[in-house]
Design a protein. Structure first.
Length: 226
């Protein structure tokens, strides 16, 4: 059960996301890729680096049905606050052991998550989270995509005027009224069994490219949306 600190932290995260959502000026590239992914009729797994989450949660609030999103999060001391945050933004929280050491309990949770995605929910995953190292994809996302027959949609984001937490992921909290550049990449096909390593390497490169493109768009194409 969530204590007062968890409620305070979860609610604070929610209000930060709302300030970003309502005051931020979003510059979006690749909405056509999102439309293509949606028109496929397949479930989607949104993937991005952990440090971009605050910018993208605010983006999704106005550009996507957040009620369709399952938000994967760690089942540890952070979980209660993050569950409160997820429910307030409208997403379905899904806490589970992300260390890979949970045994059968984690395997059952993973099976249930895959079932939820196959039933029509989309999933938001930061594959280098929750503790890093930054930009290193942990096992799991390609397995979930293959089992759920889902497409992976890569995302990038950038804001110049922001506070960057001095920690492993340089978590970005945009300042009020900041311009935020978001880039949506082409959907990545579900990997065949035995090809997870190649897909992981490809996804790593794509996520780096999405981050670089978001920053380039911020400086080269101010105000452009599509």
């Amino acid at each position: 059960m969530a204590g007062w600190r968890d409620r305070l932290n979860g609610t604070s995260l929610y209000w930060l996301s709302q300030i970003t959502r309502k005051s931020g000026r979003f510059q979006v590239s690749g909405l056509n890729n999102l439309k293509q992914a949606q028109e496929s009729g397949r479930p989607l797994i949104f993937a991005t680096w952990h440090g971009f989450t605050m910018m993208l949660v605010a983006f999704f609030a106005d550009h996507y049905d957040v009620n369709r999103i399952v938000l994967l999060m760690p089942d540890d001391w952070r979980g209660a606050a993050l569950e409160i945050f997820a429910r307030k933004v409208g997403a379905e929280p899904y806490p589970m052991d992300l260390t890979g050491e949970g045994g059968m309990a984690s395997a059952r949770k993973l099976t249930h998550l895959i079932r939820r995605v196959r039933e029509g929910f989309d999933c938001y995953i930061t594959p280098d989270g929750p503790d890093g190292p930054a930009y290193v994809i942990k096992p799991g996302i390609t397995y979930i995509a293959r089992k759920a027959k889902a497409l992976i949609v890569p995302l990038g984001a950038y804001a110049r005027h922001a506070y960057r937490l001095p920690r492993w992921d340089r978590y970005v909290v945009p300042l009020p009224f900041s311009r935020i550049s978001v880039t949506i990449g082409e959907p990545i096909e579900t990997p065949d069994k035995g090809k997870e390593t190649a897909v992981t390497e490809h996804l790593t490169n794509v996520l780096h490219r999405m981050a670089a493109q978001a920053a380039a768009n911020y400086y080269e194409q101010p105000g452009v949306t599509n």
